[in-house]
Design a protein around this ligand. Structure first.
Ligand code: MN
Length: 315
């Protein structure tokens, strides 16, 4: 996998001839998560899903001097997995299965809601760093698996491609003939790309997947295009490989992908379901304190569900 036979200067990558491959920035928007400024990149106008990935927020980069930039009180989820991947900082997770864990750079925090879970996420009260930078994503669970038991796990990524000082690490799913031990329910990948200044990587891709690339820091180029940080680029399908390069500065990016999901979803608040009745039921059960269990140890009240102003529609 490592191109030691050709240690010359980085060459420009050839264009991918596949007609369904593209490189299209998707419109993101600034939002906030309990006071923490975030960038909502999925769902977005014209694009609901990349494979099973149905939600993507960029957090930071930011520095803080006191308090908790992240402080999300206990709230419920159904029908999804939450994926937290940090470049800097820490997030303390607690959930209603009794699991706790601190997410930090290089360690995936993965929660499977299955039929129902509640969790809180906060900056630890004794943080070892005063920076925060990362992403949080949701994976929609396919119909056959969406009622599984809830769970939480932490996983270290696997290095799948290394070229000189550039490396690709598989955070979750499958790529380049390797498979992460992180629990998944449909074919997908999440890959962290780290490039030194002027470095490059050629990453083999599954052509049946939809893919998207999120530059997170520095200079990231695909082909001749210099990409904007914190913008999600739709890469389309039918790509057998992706050549990513850094410019004068080092670059960092996250690639997500997966088999086209092929199921219509109804998403509202923190719920992923198939129809509005399921959402209304989950909302009422949360409000009544049923189904989801309690999160022990969080110093505060749980989040009430918002009013449902209109029945959510499938899309
Ligand atoms: Mn959550």
């Amino acid at each position: 996998m490592s191109d030691v036979s050709n240690p010359g200067p980085a060459e420009v990558c050839s264009a991918d001839p596949a007609s369904a491959a593209r490189l299209e920035p998707l419109p993101g928007r600034a939002s906030d998560l309990m006071g923490l400024p975030i960038r909502r990149l999925l769902p977005t106008r014209g694009r609901r899903l990349i494979g099973p990935w149905c939600f993507l927020d960029g957090l930071g980069p930011l520095s803080f001097h006191s308090g908790k930039p992240m402080d999300v009180a206990p709230h419920p989820h159904i029908g999804l997995q939450t994926v937290s991947w940090l470049l800097a900082g820490e997030i303390l997770h607690r959930d209603s299965t009794g699991a706790t864990g601190v997410g930090r750079p290089g360690l995936l925090n993965l929660m499977t809601s299955g039929r129902g879970i509640a969790h809180s996420e906060e900056t630890p009260s004794d943080p070892t760093t005063h920076d925060l930078h990362g992403v949080q994503l949701w994976v929609a669970l396919p119909d056959a698996s969406r009622h599984v038991a809830p769970g939480f796990e932490q996983r270290e990524p696997l290095v799948i491609v290394e070229e000189r000082e550039a490396r690709a690490r598989l955070v979750m799913g499958e790529a380049a003939g390797k498979r992460s031990p992180a629990t998944t329910f449909s074919p997908l990948c999440a890959i962290d790309l780290e490039l030194p200044a002027r470095g490059r990587l050629v990453l083999p891709l599954e052509p049946g997947f939809e893919h998207a690339l999120l530059p997170l820091a520095g200079d990231v180029h695909v082909g001749d295009a210099a990409l904007a940080v914190d913008t999600l680029y739709d890469l389309g399908t039918s790509r057998r490989e992706l050549c990513v390069q850094a410019g004068e500065r080092a670059g960092r990016a996250l690639l997500i992908g997966g088999a086209p999901f092929g199921e219509r979803l109804v998403m509202w608040w923190n719920f992923v379901a198939r129809d509005a009745d399921e959402i209304e039921t989950a909302r009422e059960q949360w409000q009544r304190g049923e189904r989801f269990g309690a999160v022990a140890g969080y110093p505060g009240e749980r989040l009430p569900a918002p009013e449902m102003l209109a029945r959510p529609q499938p899309r």
